[in-house]
Every structure is written in C-alpha cells, then in structure tokens.
Design a protein around this ligand. Structure first.
Ligand code: FES
Length: 148
C-alpha cells in the first residue's frame, strides 16, 4: 500500500493542497479508501491522520468500505421524491435485502441514496455505476436487479 500511495503522492507533488485529489486517486484504484492508505497519506504528507480523516469524512464522494459490483444510487431529491422515489427505494431494500449504505452478501449490489443527480426532468431516476436510469418504473427496477 505504501508504494502505491507514494506513487500517487509523487504524481500529485505530495502537497497537502492536493489531499482531495490524492484521496480521489486512491479511491479510483481501490473503489474505496482503505484505512491503511489514509494513514500512509497522512504520513507522507506529514500531517496528522485526523486531518486526512476529517477531509475524507466531510465529502460524501468518499467511501470507507468496498463497494458492490453495481453501485445503485437512488435519487431522493424533490423532483424524484414527488414521483415516488421513496417507494422505489423501499422496493430496492426489500428485493436486495439490504439497507442504504450496505452491500449484498454476494458483493453484487451496493445501495445508496443521493439528494439530486442533476436530471430532475427525467425523474424519478437513479444511477448504476454512474449511468443514469431515467423514469424508473417497477419493471425497470426489477430488470436492474435480476440476479444471474
Ligand atoms: S431530484 Fe432527482 S434528479 Fe434532481
């Protein structure tokens, strides 16, 4: 882990001002921020671990546990909410057997909610690994989570 963090820090000049970029790169590599990588980052930047954790926990883009193969982010923003997003979230929880922020035991799905994904005219919507699924319906939802 240290070599990898070292390379990322080298590419980002190892400056404290690059901390967010460094954390983004680490997350790109691993899909989340492993504790050891955050500690290595703090050590290499010569800042306390708590400074790295404070930044990482402030931004919702960072995750601290491995993610499923499919990351489903359902939008609960106003436009999606008024078009039944809560009901679709409940259906996803029930079908997948997990709560928000959790990953199915087989590692296939992680379920999260977000405030708005910027395509309110297509509500209700969600993303699967950054791909937008617009105008959600129950049949569309079922197709998304068909277990193979
Ligand atoms: S409220 Fe759902 S995309 Fe904006």
């Amino acid at each position: 882990m240290q070599n990898e963090v070292k390379q990322i820090l080298h590419r980002h000049f190892g400056k404290r001002s690059e901390l967010i970029s460094i954390l983004q790169k680490i997350q790109q590599e691993h899909g989340y921020l492993p504790l050891e990588a955050m500690q290595d980052t703090a050590s290499k930047l010569k800042i306390p671990d708590s400074a790295v954790f404070a930044v990482a926990t402030f931004y919702s883009q960072f995750r601290f546990k491995p993610c499923g193969e499919k990351l489903i982010k359902i939008c609960l923003g106003t436009a999606c909410h008024v078009r039944g997003a809560d009901r679709f979230l409940d259906n996803l929880k029930k079908e997948l057997g997990i709560e928000e922020g959790e990953t199915t035991p087989d590692g296939k799905y992680t379920l999260e909610s977000v405030a708005c994904i910027g395509c309110c005219a297509l509500s209700p919507c969600l993303t699967v690994n950054e791909e937008v699924v617009a105008n959600i319906t129950s049949p569309k939802l079922r197709k998304l989570i068909v277990k193979k």
